[in-house]
Write a protein that binds this ligand. Structure first.
Ligand SMILES: [Zn+2]
Length: 448
């Protein structure tokens, strides 16, 4: 009997090894991983022509703005951008309108996403002071994890006080899920913003000064301590500071289940780039000085920064651009540019393709409790593959992105190494940068 899809004549890349092998997929699942001559016959066959076959790449941090903020992005456009960028699965953030803070809001988002998503998706539930009683019901309904905003950012979701965070963590622990935090000390930031505004500062670098390393370090330090005390799994979203790397390292070394992610902008850009890019590069937390990027690279290569995630956070051009830095909204698109940017780093020798697969597929799946359904090339895992051509060159252009709003600080960047196929549960959804067929993304939930 023929299987649905056979992918062959390529190099299979896992975190451990690169093998001359192919994959067979049937019924949406991987049914064989073998040398080409040992693979079953397929109804459809993809000859990769010597390119690299990766487990489906995952972006564990995106804001698709649906429901409520769909003038910026929606699940249709955001997921098209993901598919075109070589991403097979995303995890969506809860600061939508309404916020994803109870079972009803979770179900509403699930329905919206299933009606238009091109890629598979997990949903994060938010924790605020008023909804701690919703943590267990949301976990039961199927969120992959939770988020706490420890410092105020886009969406102005108020940070719970420390007592509420500690209480919430006891439920997160009971729910056997992980909670990710936006780690910035609100009091330090609000004080400095007021002081800098008072001094008449409106330039781009004032944004970096208002959100110093210490603000991030204090929050990371606190959540690791709280997580340890309450036995809860914690995750640091969009880590940007060298202090963060060392705090996560120390936490892991004393046995705390703490994980962290960083994004291409923190690795490849620096605060000085704001002199040229202005508010386009405005992000919370900010892109910092070069020594921070270097420590993040070191952490990524040594297992202290677990994941690459983009914090894809689109806004309109009007919202993004303002010569007064306080009046521009932080965030920019990222889900479509991450893979080519990081493959370029692989080609430059900064990390191996095997290590990239670990931090962009296996680890995010493990962190959000969807492994080995996602993030793996094992038999029985979902048939998700990203095929990449490591020799293909291109230039990232804002106008070519599929997001509804396309502001990116990487406009004009040359890349070498690009995704050429995105395959989700055995179905090709992108070939050579073009969408194929129709949307059929499904929710992914942790196993019960
Ligand atoms: Zn975010």
């Amino acid at each position: 009997m023929k299987v649905d899809l056979v992918v062959k004549n390529g190099w299979l890349v896992t975190p451990e090894a690169t093998l001359k092998a192919g994959v067979a997929i049937s019924g949406g699942k991987i049914v064989a991983v073998a040398r080409d001559e040992e693979l079953p016959e397929g109804k459809e066959v993809i000859d990769t022509k010597g390119n690299h076959i990766l487990p489906g790449l995952i972006d564990g941090h995106v804001h698709f703005r649906d429901p409520g903020l769909t003038y910026k992005e929606d699940f249709g456009t955001g997921s098209m951008a993901a598919a075109c960028g070589g991403i097979t699965c995303i995890i969506d953030m809860p600061n939508t309108k309404p916020i994803c803070g109870d079972v009803a809001a979770f179900k509403e988002k699930k329905e919206i996403a299933e009606s238009k998503s091109w890629v598979d998706f997990g949903i994060i539930g938010v924790i605020i002071e008023g909804n701690i009683g919703q943590i267990l019901p949301m976990a039961d309904a199927g969120v992959v994890g939770f988020k706490i905003f420890m410092g105020e950012t886009v969406g102005a979701i108020p940070a719970p006080d420390d007592g509420a965070i500690v209480d919430a963590l006891s439920y997160v622990s009971k729910a056997k899920r992980r909670v990710g935090v936006h780690a910035e000390n609100n009091q330090i930031m609000q004080y400095l913003i007021k002081k800098l505004k008072g001094a008449g500062r409106t330039d781009a670098l004032a944004h970096v000064e208002a959100r110093p390393n210490l603000a991030e370090a204090e929050s990371i330090s606190k959540i690791i301590l709280f997580g340890q005390a309450m036995g809860a799994k914690v995750h640091i979203y969009h880590m940007s500071s060298k202090e963060g790397v060392d705090l996560v390292k120390a936490g892991k070394e004393r046995g705390v289940d703490v994980t962290a992610e960083t994004g291409p902008h923190y690795l490849l850009m620096e605060d000085k780039d704001m002199l040229k890019l202005g508010s386009i590069l405005k992000m919370n937390p900010p892109v910092r000085s070069r020594d921070n990027a270097e420590r993040l690279w070191w952490g990524l290569l040594n297992g202290y920064v677990d994941c690459i995630a983009t914090d894809h956070s689109p806004h309109t051009v009007e919202e993004k651009t303002n010569s007064n830095i306080w009046d521009a909204i932080p965030g920019f698109t990222g889900v479509e540019t991450s893979v080519p940017l990081m493959l370029t780093q692989v080609n430059a020798g900064k990390l191996t393709l095997n290590h990239y697969v670990r931090v962009a597929s296996e680890n995010p799946a493990k962190v959000w409790d969807i492994y080995p359904q996602k993030g793996s090339l094992r038999i029985g895992s979902d048939g998700d593959l990203t095929i990449v051509d490591m020799k293909k060159e291109g230039v990232l252009k804002s106008e070519n992105l599929h997001s509804k709003t396309k502001v990116t600080p990487f406009d004009g960047w040359k890349v070498k190494g690009m995704p050429i196929y995105t395959i989700i549960r055995g179905k090709v959804v992108m070939k050579d940068g073009k969408l194929i067929g129709t949307h059929s993304g499904k929710i992914v939930m942790p196993a019960k």
